[in-house]
Design a protein around this ligand. Structure first.
Ligand SMILES: *Cc1c(COP(=O)(O)O)cnc(C)c1O
Length: 492
């Protein structure tokens, strides 16, 4: 090991406040020869602000070192299932940063921002085409936000039908992302869970039994969180419609099917997409995101405000649908995410998007083949965008839980996959390589996972205390959550 570098390897012990020396400055301001204006009354001024005192090079090195401690998609494979942490072309950032877009004021008169508005119009049309649900609002700012919009649209439709007092339940499969039942509950519905059958799809008998005049909607994730296609979804859609309910689609996993399968053609009434997963916006850290809702003709009048429309004279403007559920947030959503999505969609074209979904599926199946036999695979079928293994065998035979496997992967140089989700898979290890990883990267991750599985057999103790090579080892997660230290404290 190389010698510790002062100010670098003691990272964490010494923050910027604890470095440098009194009087040191990152920037020298030239002295002032003009008239001096007296400072305000001293009681208006704080005299106790301690700021770091660093030279510019110390400051730059501090932040450069800090940035290098982060693991991102630009540093390596990031196989978090469900999250779609894929590489997003930098050129789309440049497009979103063009001053015409980035400086447009949200309250500018439509005549002055026709370029931005037309971009949104074309994005809206493109997403309508891709989903087969032509009516779209770009307003929601995240997947969960899009879900809430969609379920509130269903509520408005039921009100107009006079059905709202009787239809108080929403059916949600037990493999769903937690946002689905949370959304249904937040919109005031009771959630009924649909168990997953042995083939990884919703249990048909339960759906048939539960569907009655008390059901408002069924929320289906397609493809689902096991990375599997929902078998017989078209028949299920018919059953749902025959029972007078709506079929809501969670389209967060659209990267597996885009350019190939359209929700509208299968009978979905309303779907949200996660542009910050599938359409070229980096995802994580709480945003910004975009979760557009796409719907059928019947639900179009309830879409959140605004929707982008073109007048007969070719002017693009923002409008409020007739029976809109209202605003989801200020203005028209996260414009930068929408511009990136548009640039990505146009650069790839339909053929390119189809190639993306094909590659994403191929990569997930390659991963599945490489790890087959090394970890349990409870739903052992060809997958779509992701594959969910289980660490049950390692836990049972060697006392090594999935948590330890995930932590040990950090020592092997990889970000761990998603763990313990979906909830229906014990000791779940959910891997989504995405379309952007080359075969060597997928092989390297598989080799690392196999090496960890072997270590679990030979040397479980090393895994219990991993990671060994990260700047911070195992956190006391309960204390970190209950008593977080979020700011520098003098003398601490
Ligand atoms: C990510 C995800 C969501 C939630 O999206 P957010 O943008 O994080 O709110 C919902 N459903 C599925 C299947 C997801 O993967």
């Amino acid at each position: 090991m190389s010698a510790p570098r002062p100010g670098v390897d003691d990272f964490g012990a010494r923050l910027s406040f604890d470095r440098g020396a009194p009087g040191r400055r990152a920037v020298d301001v030239p002295s002032w020869n003009g008239d001096e204006t007296p400072l305000p009354d001293s009681h208006l001024l704080r005299d106790s602000v301690r700021l770091p005192e660093l030279s510019q090079s110390e400051l730059v090195r501090y932040y450069t070192e800090l940035s290098a401690r982060n693991y991102g998609i630009d540093s390596g494979t990031y196989p978090l299932g469900s999250c779609t942490m894929k590489y997003n072309p930098k050129v789309n950032d440049l497009v979103a940063l063009m001053p015409g877009f980035s400086r447009a004021h949200p309250q500018a008169p439509p005549e002055e921002v026709q370029g931005t508005l037309r971009t949104m119009l074309e994005l809206r049309r493109g997403l309508g085409e891709l989903t087969g649900l032509p009516h779209v609002s770009l307003a929601p700012a995240a997947g969960a936000h899009g879900e809430l919009a969609g379920v509130l649209m269903v509520t408005h439709a039921l009100e107009d039908r006079g059905d709202i007092d009787t239809r108080r339940r929403i059916l949600v499969p037990d493999s769903a992302h937690g946002t689905n039942p949370a959304t249904a509950a937040m919109a005031g519905y009771k959630v009924t869970q649909i168990p997953t059958a042995a083939n990884g799809s919703m249990d048909r008998a339960t759906i048939e039994r539960e569907l009655d005049e008390t059901v408002a909607a069924v929320m289906v994730t397609a493809p689902n969180t096991l990375g599997l296609w929902e078998q017989g979804i078209e028949e299920v859609a018919e059953l749902i419609h025959d029972a007078g309910a709506y079929l809501y689609g969670d389209g967060a996993n659209f990267n597996a099917i885009m350019g190939r399968v359209r929700y509208g053609d299968l009978g979905f009434d309303v779907v949200h997409l996660n542009l910050h997963k599938s359409f070229s916006t980096p995802h994580g850290g709480g945003g910004p995101g975009a979760g557009p809702v796409c719907c059928s003709e019947e639900l179009a009048r309830y879409l959140p405000t605004p929707v982008v429309e073109e007048d007969d004279d070719g002017l693009v403007r923002l409008a409020a649908p007739e029976r809109s559920i209202g605003l989801m947030q200020q203005f028209h959503g996260n414009a930068g995410v929408l511009i990136r999505a548009y640039a990505y969609m146009r650069a790839l074209g339909l053929g390119g998007l189809r190639a993306v979904s094909g590659q994403a599926v191929l990569n997930a199946n390659y991963m599945r083949a490489l790890l087959h036999g090394h970890f349990d695979l409870p739903y052992d079928r060809p997958v779509l965008h992701e594959v969910v293994f289980s660490g049950s065998r390692q836990r049972r035979e060697h006392g090594v839980p999935t948590y330890d496997i995930a932590k040990r992967l950090i020592d092997h140089g990889f970000h761990p996959p998603t763990v313990y989700f979906p909830l229906i898979v014990e000791e779940a290890l959910m891997i989504e390589p995405t379309e952007s990883e080359p075969p060597e990267a997928i092989e390297a991750l598989a080799e690392a996972m196999i090496a960890v599985a072997e270590e679990a057999e030979r040397d479980p103790d090393t895994l219990h205390h991993a990671p060994w090579t990260a700047p911070i080892g195992r956190l006391d997660e309960a204390t970190a959550a209950r008593r977080p230290v979020l700011r520098w404290q003098d003398g601490s």
